[in-house]
Design a protein around this ligand. Structure first.
Ligand code: COA
Length: 156
């Protein structure tokens, strides 16, 4: 497996695979060339034999000078459970660490138990919240659009 930074030219391919991997229509402004042009340092792609098998996209927080944020991670379903997620996260931690960030945050939906288990295994702690969903602390209206999310934090 090879891990490299995402380039603007990769955006079309990412857009094509994202919906397949996600299982439903999935698009994001982050799959745009302009995003990669400005956030390349924190966007990584995993390949095997030249084929994309996973990617991670995040950013360095402008408002919290010690923090980085992971916005999207997706792995080809054929490669789930084979260490691709760990490799991408560890490289992301390195990339943001050299930029002086020592806290990484990300969120997931509480129904995504695999994602909760993965993040816990990767050393993230679930931030306490006032509300719970199926036994997990959740932030209600996390995104201002009714999104209920488990909020993770990892200190590098
Ligand atoms: C969550 C996701 C990124 C995990 O990636 P992955 O490549 O399958 O994970 P890895 O194989 O690298 O696993 C890393 C560690 O987490 C553990 N882990 C992964 N999934 C797990 C699960 N469902 N239950 C328990 N542990 C799990 C692995 O055992 C491994 O532990 P180890 O390295 O200490 O042995 C992947 O499942 C995914 O892309 N899911 C769909 C999209 C998604 O949910 N994204 C996150 C929310 S936006």
């Amino acid at each position: 497996m090879n891990i490299r930074h995402i380039e603007p030219e990769d955006c079309k391919a990412i857009l094509e695979v994202a919906s397949n991997w996600w299982g439903s229509n999935y698009s994001s402004d982050m799959f745009s060339k302009w995003y990669i042009q400005h956030f390349r340092d924190t966007c990584l792609l995993a390949e095997e034999n030249g084929r994309m098998i996973g990617f991670i996209m995040g950013f360095l927080s402008q408002s919290k000078s010690d923090e980085a944020y992971i916005r999207i991670v997706m792995i080809d379903s054929v490669y789930l459970g084979k260490g691709v997620g760990r490799a991408l996260y560890e490289e992301f931690f390195k990339c943001v660490g050299v930029k002086g960030r020592n806290v990484v945050r990300c969120v997931t939906a509480p129904r995504k138990k695999d994602s909760v288990a993965f993040h816990t295994r990767m050393g993230f702690v679930i931030e306490p919240q006032k509300q719970e969903f199926e036994g997990l602390p959740v932030c209600v209206d996390y995104d201002g659009r009714d999104g209920v999310r488990v909020v993770f934090k990892k200190v590098l």
